[in-house]
Structure formats: structure tokens, C-alpha cells
Write a protein that binds this ligand. Structure first.
Ligand code: HMG
Ligand code: MG
Length: 312
């Protein structure tokens, strides 16, 4: 039997939307609080690189995530950039109020498929969190704000281990019923493997439309890109990523390292998938990210650069 590349990658979409999370998922996890100017510099560099969807900050409690206490100031300081949508995490009515005050066009609500992680992250049960979303998602939509959602720890929880796939599917469907336009499924602690990804995404796709789903991988154990390939092969068209591999969840030990945007984009372009992103400018944004957090970052392409011939 001879297999051609067409057989192997026949379902991969021609175009992918990359949803950038570094200013939020990255900076929320840093030991230092990045000054407002550094945050704005990073976000502008990401937009310059061609990222069209950028999660800029979080309207969560500053007591819980002091790194992003200046959320309102960050949004107010950002220039309007044609074609670029900024978003932010919102956990409750107070968060929505703050997001509306600064005219944010999109928000993201979030909860965990693990009861224990959800309690650690937002101090509520899953059901109580969904009750809160019932109070904030419809008014947000009525106010003209698009609402995205996250379900985290879908691939596994640091406290509960494996989470039944049916539970994540049930939660994701409820979020869509509430009006969320897309649900991002998170491998928050980076334990996923391609086989598990095939099972999870396959199960979700049997109940939801593929454009209602985004995938959010962490590269903690080096499997993020392999998982992304499975998502692509299953026809998923939105992937979350974080420049340089910045980030993690402060309430999920071991959640270091989101899938690096440069690694994802390098792979996608190499597979002939377009993203609208300029990889060289993205590498520059990664350097800005490293500067503002004052440490080296783990992303592979961030470290190695693109594939260019060198003079001997
Ligand atoms: P709580 O302590 O149960 O709630 O926190 P509370 O209502 O008692 O609020 C505590 C204090 O915070 C009060 O202030 C509130 O006013 C204030 P005090 O009266 O003590 O002075 N407060 C707020 N202030 C500003 N904005 C708000 C807000 N809400 C309350 N929105 C709460 C409950 C949900 C607020 C808290 O647990 C929280 O903020 N949690 C967020 C934690 C977080 O951001 N974690 C990281 C998210 S990353 C993630 O989940 C995974 C993801 O990245 C995907 C993946 O990687 O897989 C999405
Ligand atoms: Mg993440």
C-alpha cells in the first residue's frame, strides 16, 4: 500500500485562526507584575505580526490574580487596530461590568471540567459557575459583546486525574446553548497525547459543530503540536497559542508552557495552512515577550528561529 501526503492530511483545513493568549494566560502566571507599558508593547507587537484575535487581559479579582489588576487600563491604552479583536477573561457580573466600561467587543468566560480545579480556580462548583454564566452571558450578548468560553482540564486534572469526556461535552454544549460562539477545550496541564485527543475531539464533534470548538494545548510534556495535528486532521480551525510558550494557570500546578504561537505557526505554514501571520514579526513579538517578563522563554522556534540558510 502506498500512502501519499494527500491521504494523510486530506482533512486539514486550508486556513486556521490563531487565538493569542499570551498577554492573559502568559502574564497571569509570571512571578513579576509586568508594567502597563510592557503589556501594551507586547500586545502591539502581536497585532503587528498579524494576530487578529488577542486575549489581552483578565477582569478577574485582583486579589486572585494581581498580575492583571490593571485590566481596564490595558484595554484603554490599546489603539484601535483594523481587523483585530481584543478579548479578556470575565468570571462574574463585576468582571462584565468592568469589561463593558472599557468597551471590550469580546469576553471569555471560563470553568473547569474538574470539580476540584474549578473550586480552586473560581471558588465555586461547576453548577454554581454555570449559574453565574446564565446571569452574565445573555446580557453581554445583548450589549453587543461576543462571548467565548473555556473548559479547562479536559485532558486531565492535577487533583482528579482523568475527567470523563462526556462531562466535558455536556459542559461545552451548555455553554453553546447559553450563547457562547466558541468553546475552547483546554489541556491545562499538558497531559494530552494524540490518541486521547482523537477520542476527546471526536466525542465533542459528534455533538457540536467544528467551528464551535477551539483547542487550547499546553506543551508541558512536549505533546502540544502532536495533539494539534490530530485536531487539524479532525477539521478544527481555531487553535489557542501563546507567544514564546509563555504561561500557565496559577491554580493548576504544572500548567507551565502554553503551546508556543511560533511553533504552531511554523508547523501550519509548513503544512500549507495559511494563518495571516508573519512569522518573522511573530519572532520579534516573542523577543518582546521575553524582555517584558525578563526571562528566557521555552518555545522551540522562539529559540531556534526560522529555517534560513546561513553563510559559512
Ligand atoms: P471569591 O473570593 O470567591 O469571590 O472569588 P468574592 O465575590 O468574595 O470576591 C472576592 C473579592 O474580589 C471581593 O473584594 C470582590 O469585590 C472582588 P473585597 O470585597 O474582598 O474587597 N472581586 C472582583 N474584583 C474585580 N473584578 C472582579 C471581581 N470579582 C470579585 N471580576 C472569583 C471568586 C471568581 C472572583 C475569583 O476566584 C477569581 O477571580 N478567580 C479567577 C482566577 C483566575 O483568573 N485563574 C486563571 C484562569 S486560567 C484558566 O482557568 C484556564 C484557562 O487558561 C484555559 C487553560 O489554560 O486550559 C482559561
Ligand atoms: Mg492555557
Amino acid at each position: 500500500m502506498s500512502l501519499g501526503a494527500m491521504d494523510l492530511f486530506q482533512n486539514v483545513p486550508p486556513e486556521v485562526s490563531v487565538y493569542e493568549v499570551s498577554p492573559r494566560d502568559g502574564l497571569q502566571n509570571e512571578p513579576i507584575i509586568v508594567p502597563l507599558a510592557g503589556k501594551v508593547q507586547l500586545i502591539e507587537a502581536l497585532a503587528q505580526a498579524g494576530l487578529k484575535r488577542i486575549e489581552a487581559t483578565s477582569f478577574v479579582s485582583p486579589k486572585w490574580v494581581p498580575q492583571l489588576a490593571d485590566a481596564g487600563e490595558v484595554i484603554a491604552a490599546l489603539p484601535k487596530i483594523e481587523g483585530v479583536t481584543f478579548s479578556a477573561l470575565v468570571p462574574n457580573a463585576r468582571g462584565l461590568e468592568r469589561a463593558l466600561e472599557v468597551g471590550l467587543p469580546e469576553i471569555a468566560v471560563f470553568l473547569s471540567a474538574s470539580e476540584t480545579h474549578n473550586k480552586m480556580n473560581v471558588n465555586k462548583t461547576i453548577d454554581a459557575t454555570l449559574d453565574v454564566f446564565r446571569e452574565i452571558v445573555p446580557p453581554a450578548i445583548e450589549a453587543g459583546v461576543r462571548v467565548r468560553a473555556y473548559v479547562s482540564t479536559v485532558w486531565g486534572c492535577p487533583y482528579e486525574g482523568d475527567i470523563p469526556v462526556a462531562k466535558s461535552v455536556r459542559i461545552a454544549k451548555r455553554l453553546v446553548e447559553l450563547g457562547c460562539y466558541q468553546v475552547s477545550l483546554g489541556d491545562t496541564i499538558g497531559v494530552g497525547t494524540p490518541k486521547k485527543t482523537f477520542e476527546i475531539v471526536g466525542a465533542v464533534l459528534s455533538e457540536m459543530q467544528r467551528d464551535q470548538i477551539a483547542l487550547h494545548f499546553h506543551d508541558t510534556r512536549g505533546t502540544a503540536l502532536a495533539n494539534a495535528v490530530i485536531g487539524l486532521e479532525l477539521g478544527i480551525r481555531t487553535f489557542d497559542a501563546s507567544v514564546g510558550g509563555l504561561g500557565g494557570c496559577p491554580y493548576a500546578p504544572g500548567a507551565s508552557g502554553n503551546l508556543a504561537t511560533e511553533d504552531l505557526v511554523y508547523m501550519l505554514h509548513g503544512m500549507g495552512v495559511t494563518t495571516g501571520i508573519d512569522l518573522d514579526k511573530l519572532l520579534y513579538a516573542g523577543q518582546v515577550a521575553s524582555q517584558v517578563v525578563a526571562r528566557p522563554l521555552s518555545g522551540k522556534v522562539h529559540q531556534a528561529g526560522t529555517f534560513k540558510l546561513r553563510k559559512v
